[in-house]
Write a protein that binds this ligand. Structure first.
Ligand SMILES: C[S@@+](CC[C@H](N)C(=O)[O-])C[C@H]1O[C@@H](n2cnc3c(N)ncnc32)[C@H](O)[C@@H]1O
Length: 417
C-alpha cells in the first residue's frame, strides 16, 4: 500500500480494500508491504514488512534498538523532517477537532536531537533481571546498553545498574533516573515492600555512580507510587537563564535540558501586563521568571511537594510579589477570580482543562490573554475551540520540540480577548 500521511501516535496510515491501516516506522508517499497484526473496529494495526519506495526524508536510525524498543517513533526520519511532520499533524488535529486552520508561527527545534532527556524510567524484568524499556504497546522489556535520548551522564548509570540490580535479593520493577548534569537521583519502584534496606549510600556511589546524591525506595499500591524511604538529598537544583529552581524528586520538571530555557523565553515574551496567574505551575518554572516582569503573580498546583518547592524557589530567587496555592485549579477558581489576572498561563497534564475551568476563566472580565502550554494537541484543540467560542482569538502558535524522535508534540498557543 501507499502511505498517505503520518498521524498522532507514531503511525502512518494507508488504505487497502476500503480498510484503514495504522503502520509504525513509515513515511508519507512510501510504497510499503505490511502485515496485519490486530483488527480493531475502525482500523487495522499492521507491521511494516518491506519498503518498496522510500521517502527522501528517511534516514538510517542511529539506534540499534529502534523498532523493538517502544521509546522512539521517529528515528527513521531526518530531524528537520520530523518537525515538518509534527507541524502537519498539529494542523490536522486542529482542523479535525476545532475546525480551525492554524498557522504555526514558530517552530523551535531542540539544539540536539539526542542526549536531551534529564530523566528516564527504566523497566526491569523482575524474573530475568533484564533492564531496558518496554516494547511498543507491550509490557515486555527490551534490554538496552545505552539510550540515545538520555543526557550523556545517564548512560554510564544504566550500564552500572545492569551489573548491580540483578545481584539484589529483590528486584525493583522500575528504576527512575533524574539528572541536572552534575547530580543524579534514583528512584527504585518495587512491586511489594522489600523487607530490608538493600542498597547503602556508599555502595550506590561506588557501584552505580559517584554523581548519585540521593536514592529512594517506592512501592506501587493501587496504581499509585508511594514513597517508603529516601536516603540523602531528594531534590536537584536547576540553573536556567539566571533563575534557580529546586525540583524535588517527586515534583514535575520539564525533561528536555536544551529546551527549558526556550520554553521559558517563549512564555515570558508574552508577559506584558501586571497580574499573572500560572495554573498547573509545578515548581514555578514560569511563575518565577514571570514575577520578575509583572507586578503580581500567583501559582496554583495540585502537588503539595511541588508547591513546597515553588515556595522555596520564591525565596531562592528573592521574589516577594508571588504567592503559591496548593490546590487543584478546579478548587482554586474562586481564588483565581478574586485575584483577577490580566494573563493566565496554563500548562495542564494531557487531559487538558475541564469545561468548568474554561467557563470560569472566560468570565474573568479583566482577563486579556491566555498562554496555553500543552503536551496534547487533541485536548489543546478542544479547549482552544471553547475559548474561541467565548470571544478569544488565536494570536500566536508555537511548536517547541520537547521530545525529538518521538511522536509527542508540545505547543504553546497564545489567545487574546
Ligand atoms: C505539565 S506539568 C507543568 C508544570 C510546570 N508548568 C512546568 O512547566 O514545570 C503539569 C502540572 O500540573 C499539576 N496538576 C495536575 N493536575 C492538576 C490540577 N487539577 N490542578 C492543578 N495542578 C494540577 C501536576 O502536578 C504538574 O505539576
Amino acid at each position: 500500500m501507499k502511505i498517505e500521511k503520518l498521524v498522532y501516535g507514531g503511525f502512518g496510515i494507508g488504505r487497502e480494500e476500503g480498510k484503514v491501516y495504522f503502520v509504525p516506522y513509515v513515511l508519507p508517499d512510501e510504497e510499503v508491504v505490511v502485515s496485519p497484526i490486530k483488527e480493531k473496529k475502525e482500523y487495522i494495526e499492521a507491521k511494516l514488512k518491506e519498503i518498496i519506495e522510500e521517502n527522501p526524508d528517511r534516514t538510517k536510525p542511529e539506534c540499534e534498538y529502534f523498532g523493538l524498543c517502544g521509546g522512539c517513533d521517529y528515528l527513521h526520519i531526518k530531524y528537520q523532517a520530523q518537525l515538518k511532520y509534527k507541524k502537519a499533524i498539529l494542523q490536522e488535529i486542529f482542523q479535525r477537532i476545532a475546525k480551525i486552520d492554524i498557522e504555526i508561527d514558530n517552530i523551535i527545534p531542540s539544539e540536539n536531537q539526542y542526549f536531551y532527556r534529564n530523566k528516564t524510567q527504566l523497566k526491569v524484568d523482575t524474573k530475568s533481571g533484564k533492564i531496558g524499556f518496554y516494547k511498543k504497546n507491550l509490557n515486555e522489556v527490551v534490554e538496552i546498553d545505552k539510550c540515545l535520548l538520555v543526557s550523556e551522564e545517564i548512560n554510564p548509570v544504566i550500564t552500572n545498574l545492569k551489573k548491580v540490580i540483578p545481584l539484589l535479593p529483590v528486584l525493583p520493577k522500575e528504576i527512575h533516573i533524574f539528572s541536572n548534569q552534575k547530580e543524579i537521583l534514583l528512584k527504585f519502584i518495587y512491586k511489594k515492600e522489600p523487607r530490608k534496606i538493600i542498597l547503602t549510600k556508599d555502595r550506590v556511589k561506588k557501584f552505580i555512580s559517584p554523581l548519585v546524591v540521593g536514592f529512594g525506595d517506592y512501592v506501587e499500591k493501587d496504581g499509585k507510587i508511594e514513597k517508603l524511604r529516601f536516603v540523602g538529598q531528594d531534590y536537584l537544583i536547576f540553573d536556567i537563564e539566571g533563575f534557580k529552581y529546586k525540583a524535588s524528586v517527586d515534583s514535575f520538571f520539564q525533561v528536555n535540558k536544551f529546551q527549558i530555557k526556550n520554553l521559558i523565553n517563549l512564555v515570558l515574551k508574552h508577559i506584558d501586563y501586571d497580574k499573572v496567574a500560572d495554573l498547573y505551575c509545578g515548581v514555578g518554572l514560569f511563575t518565577i521568571p514571570a514575577s520578575k516582569i509583572c507586578k503580581e503573580a500567583i501559582g496554583v498546583e495540585i502537588s503539595y511537594q511541588a508547591i513546597k518547592d515553588a515556595n522555596f524557589n520564591k525565596k531562592l530567587n528573592n521574589l516577594k510579589n508571588v504567592k503559591f496555592y496548593p490546590s487543584s485549579t478546579e478548587k482554586a477558581l474562586q481564588i483565581i477570580k478574586y485575584f483577577s489576572p490580566d494573563i493566565v498561563i496554563i500548562d495542564p497534564p494531557r487531559a487538558g482543562l475541564t469545561k468548568e475551568v474554561i467557563n470560569q476563566l472566560v468570565n474573568i472580565s479583566n482577563l486579556k490573554k491566555i498562554i496555553y502550554v500543552s503536551c496534547d494537541p487533541a485536548t489543546l484543540a478542544r479547549d482552544v475551540k471553547l475559548f474561541i467560542e467565548n470571544g478569544f482569538k488565536i494570536k500566536e502558535t508555537n511548536l517547541i520540540d520537547m521530545f525529538p524522535n518521538t511522536y509527542h508534540i508540545e505547543s504553546i498557543i497564545v489567545i487574546e480577548r
